[in-house]
Design a protein around this ligand. Structure first.
Ligand code: ATP
Length: 141
């Protein structure tokens, strides 16, 4: 069976760690950011890294985004860019879209426009840490 192909859009701390991990696990990963420096920083850790504005539908078509099995939209602070990018990726027909949300309302909008999974990395990690702190097999200090 062919291995899934991933594209990660937005190479902040979250997106770059997702992209580098998937590549390390042997998957083909396209990393995209409109900031050339961020692209240069990751170029040796992923299969392909390109500079492009993901809110530009023609640019996304030119990158062949429709051919990826999974697209991760990891744009955080610019909520408008995150929503526009998700919509474009959805309309291009990508089968599985994972999007990082800033807050509840952002998350709701992302689900309504077709994100298959919405993640809240800071919140989720906070819960995991708290859960770990109260788990019975942790040593008490
Ligand atoms: P993190 O917490 O993961 O570090 P963040 O939530 O602070 O990230 P940002 O730094 O706002 O998120 O965005 C992540 C990346 O998305 C940045 O590298 C930024 O250049 C990129 N980005 C923002 N808008 C676009 C866009 N329209 N096209 C491509 N990349 C974009």
């Amino acid at each position: 069976m062919l291995k899934k192909q991933y594209a990660v859009i937005g190479l902040g701390r979250f997106g770059s760690s997702v992209a580098a991990y998937l590549t390390g696990m042997g998957y083909e990963v396209l990393a995209v950011d409109d900031n050339e420096e961020r692209v240069q920083d990751i170029v040796h850790q992923v299969t392909h890294a390109v500079s492009a504005d993901s809110t530009d539908e023609e640019a996304m078509k030119a990158l062949g985004i429709r051919n990826f099995d999974v697209v991760v939209v990891a744009i955080g602070q610019d909520i408008q860019a995150s929503i526009m990018t998700t919509l474009i990726v959805k309309e291009l027909g990508v089968p599985h879209i994972v999007v990082k949300a800033q807050n509840d309302m952002h998350g709701k909008v992302l689900s309504k426009i077709g994100a298959d999974k919405v993640v809240f990395p800071e919140r989720d990690m906070g819960l995991r840490v708290a859960h770990h702190l109260i788990s019975p097999n942790i040593l008490e200090h």
